[in-house]
Design a protein around this ligand. Structure first.
Ligand code: IFM
Length: 495
């Protein structure tokens, strides 16, 4: 059995617990003796001190640092059938019995489509300087191609105008997993043509909204589509086909490159880059086997996406592991890597967890986990991944477009939500990012995931990731303690 196959089997076993319908397991993982990691089991522990932060508030970020928060269309908008919106793979998937926890769907979500003005006011109240959101492809092209839907474009124009009026810089993601179902019916990301359709959609969006968007992100977390959507199957489209998965990876990368080229061709002035969830990989022990397995693991987690964009080549070790006859290898055509490596203006990094790899290619946990069992709380990983990308890929400007954790967040008797664990988590990660800046990382902005509680994919509404609590029954919003704390961080431009 190859290393990769063993690795996949182990990871499948580890991650199957996150699939819809699985019983929730305990929150806390093992803690290494003598570490400073924050335990967030329960998320209501008092904030702990941070080794980097001066208690007098000594950490200042660069002037004009883009403090922000992030969301995505399917997770917050709702209005699934309004104003000409077509169906996406997530409509299909979430409406399929057994796919999401409690059968939750994004039909209503946080009803942001109707309440965006109120949400814009919340952003202003928080003092946000940047807001990262995504555009729903099926709102713009119901079937994934053809003339853009004006009512869909108008919604985003209103949102963008509202951001500008409030002095908040928009950052728009073109694709955050809601592929039009009609394209899925034609093969989805396994079909090379989907990358071309994506470029056409991107072109339509650039031409309609390009005057209002200073920063674009192409594909959100291609790796998650590959792994969750095509290997483990607990995300849409719910396939379990490893051979297809890496062909999908290639087409997602191709779509990214084509969109970069479309922006340049459109004449719009905004900057553009990929949004990659990067996982620092560490050997679980001192053995040579663990070191070798970690290297390959890093290839699949990070270099597959980074090398193709920034070096114009897929990593040799990953290609060798997949084999010369893999569907991916056969799907790469002359000139594709040139398209994929079209120069970008920024790199969006999403950091949640480290990965510890054993000599056998499996993984172990070394730090406490959050409510999301896959997430180990390790702020130092933020420093490691930021400094590593700058070292290995050059001084491309970096924005952190996601970082956060889920907490139970139950309102107290007075209605307030005391998410002290989130405050502690964010403070430690901000401090790690600050150290990376101090050590030369060109970090421009930081978007907390998420602005609002929202539809957390297969986990439905069970996990709450927001700075702002959403009471789904009434759609009332309540600022959590972390939101009040974050407002102060932004006001002081630091900790
Ligand atoms: O909610 C997701 C988001 O859509 C993509 N990145 C990870 C978040 C938390 O799981």
């Amino acid at each position: 059995m190859s290393l990769l196959t063993r690795r996949r089997l182990l990871r499948r076993a580890a991650l199957s617990a996150t699939a819809a319908g699985a019983a929730r397991t305990g929150l806390a993982g093992a803690t290494l003796a003598g570490t400073t990691a924050v335990s967030v089991a329960g998320c209501d522990s008092p904030p702990e001190r941070n080794t980097d932060a001066d208690p007098d508030g000594g950490l200042r970020f660069p002037d004009n640092f883009g403090w922000g928060a992030a969301t995505s269309a399917y997770q917050i908008e709702g209005a699934a059938k309004e104003d000409g919106r077509g169906e996406s793979v997530w409509d299909t998937f979430s409406h399929t019995p057994g796919r999401t926890r409690n059968g939750d769907t994004g039909d209503v979500a946080a009803d942001h489509y109707h309440r965006y003005a109120q949400d814009l006011d919340l952003m202003r109240e928080l003092g946000l300087r940047s807001y990262r959101f995504s555009i729903s492809w099926p709102r713009i092209q119901a079937d994934g191609s053809g003339r853009p839907n004006q009512r869909g474009l108008d919604f985003y124009r209103r949102l963008l105008d509202g951001l500008h009026e409030r002095g908040i810089a928009p950052m728009a993601t073109l694709f955050h997993w809601d592929l039009p179902q009609a394209l899925q019916d034609d093969g989805g990301w396994e079909n090379r043509d989907t990358a071309e359709r994506f470029a056409d959609y991107a072109d339509a969006v650039f031409r309609a909204l390009g005057d209002r968007v200073p920063a674009w992100l192409t594909i959100n977390e291609p790796k998650t589509v590959v792994q969750n959507g095509y290997i483990w199957g607990h995300h849409a489209p719910g396939h379990r086909d490893e051979a297809a998965a890496y062909l999908v990876a290639h087409h997602l990368q191709l779509a990214h490159g084509l969109a970069v080229q479309a922006l340049r061709a459109s004449g719009a002035s905004g900057r553009i880059g990929p949004a990659l969830n990067l996982h620092p990989c560490y050997p679980a022990d001192d053995s040579a086997e663990a070191a070798a397995a970690t290297r390959l693991y890093d290839g699949y987690e990070n270099r597959l996406y980074l090398d193709s964009i920034f070096k114009g080549a897929y990593p040799q070790d990953v290609l060798a592991d997949l084999g010369p006859d893999s569907r991916m290898a056969r799907g790469v055509r002359d000139g594709d890597l040139k398209i994929i490596s079209s120069p970008v203006d920024l790199l969006a990094v999403q950091y949640y967890t480290p990965i510890y790899v054993t000599g056998g290619g499996g993984t172990v946990r070394k730090w406490p986990t959050s409510e999301a069992e896959w997430q180990q709380i390790y702020p130092e990983g933020m420093y490691d991944i930021l400094t590593r990308v700058t070292r290995d890929y050059g001084r491309v400007p970096i924005t952190i477009t996601e970082n956060g954790l889920p907490c139970p967040d139950t309102p107290g008797p007075d209605g307030s939500i005391d998410d002290a664990g989130r405050v502690s988590f964010l403070r430690d990660h901000f401090a790690a990012a600050h150290r990376a800046v101090r050590d030369g990382v060109p970090l421009e902005s930081y978007h907390v995931w998420s602005l609002l509680d929202n539809f957390e994919w297969a986990e439905g509404y069970d996990q709450r990731w927001g700075l702002v609590y959403v009471d789904y029954a009434s759609q009332r919003r309540v600022l959590k303690r972390s939101a009040h704390w974050y407002r102060e961080v932004i006001r002081r431009n630091g900790l």
